[in-house]
Design a binder for this molecule. Sequence first.
Ligand code: 9Z3
Length: 311
Amino acid sequence: MLGAEDPESFFATAPPLRDADADAVRTKLQEFIARNSIISAGGVDRRPIVCVTSGGTTVPLEQRCIRYIDNFSSGHRGAASTEYILKAGYAVIFLHRRGSCQPYCRFLPDDSFLKFLDVNEESKVQVAESHQTTVKESIWHYCKAMEGGSLLKLQFTTIFEYLQLLRMVATSVSTVGQRGMFYLAAAVSDFYVPWDSMAKHKIQSAGGPLEMRLSQVPKMLSVLRDQWAPLAFCVSFKLETNSDILVQKANMALNKYKMNIVVANLLATYKDQVIIVTNGARNTVRTRNSDDDLEEQIIKLLAQKHSKYIC
Ligand code: 9Z3
C-alpha cells in the first residue's frame, strides 16, 4: 500500500480544484503554449516559456477549513521576477497564491490604496497626480502582457491545489522541451495532513490540547525533473535561517533533484542578497542601492544560462 508521502497517493486522495475544473485549465494551458510557439512569417522566434511559482501554500487542518498552517511568502519575489522575465521576451505562466503580490502592482501600498486616489473638481475619482506616471506605466505593461498573450495567471491556496496545478503546467510545458523553464519561488509546505485522514468539521477545543501528526509532502521536485518535464530548465529556491547550512542545502537540492540552478537565500537578508548555485559554481548577487530590484540581476543571469542550455 502507498503512503501519504508517495506522489501517487497524494494525487489520488487530493480534493478536486476549487474554482477551476481541471479540463478548463488544461485547455487554457494548451492554448497559451500554442500561442507562444508560433513562428511568424516575419521570422519572429517562438518565445521560451517559464512557469513562475509565487507565494506560500497553506496546509488545511480541517476539510471545511477554519484553521490552516501557512508558509512565509508575500509573493513579491515571484511578481517582480515575472516583470523582468516578460521584459526579457519570455512568456510566463504565473502560478500564484490567491491574494499575493501581482506583477506590475508591487508599488501599491499594503495599508490603503486610497492614498493613490483624488477626487477632482467634478467629483470624479482619479489617480493622484503624484502617482500618474507609475500607474500609467504599470497599466501599459500589464495590458501589453495580457493582450499580447504572454502572461497566463493561475491561482492556488492549499498545497493540494498548488501541486495539482504544478503537475498540469509541467506536463503541458514538457511539450516545448528545453524551451521550458521552471522558476520555483513559491514557499511550499514540507508537511501536511492527508485529505482522507483530515477532520471533516471544525476541530473542537473542549477535548483539551491538540495533538496532530503531519505527513511529509512528497518530494515533487524529483517527479518534476524525472517524469513531468524532463527537458525543462529548472530553477528552485532554498530558504534557510541558518547561514551555516545554506549553501550545503542548496548543493544537496541541486544534486538530489537534478536542478539546473538553486537560488539560495536567508530569511534575514533575502531581499538584498541571494547566492546562485550551479554545478561547480557559486555566484553572490546583491542589491546595489535601495531602489534596486535584486530580481533584475537574477533574471539577467538565468536568461543567459537558459539560452546557453537551449543551444
Ligand atoms: C524563496 O526562498 C523566496 O525567495 C522567498 C521570497 C519565499 C523568500 P517573498 O515572496 O519571499 O518575496 O515574500 N522561496 C522558496 C522557499 C521554499 O519553500 N523553498 C523550499 C526549501 O527551502 C524548496 S521548494 O526547502
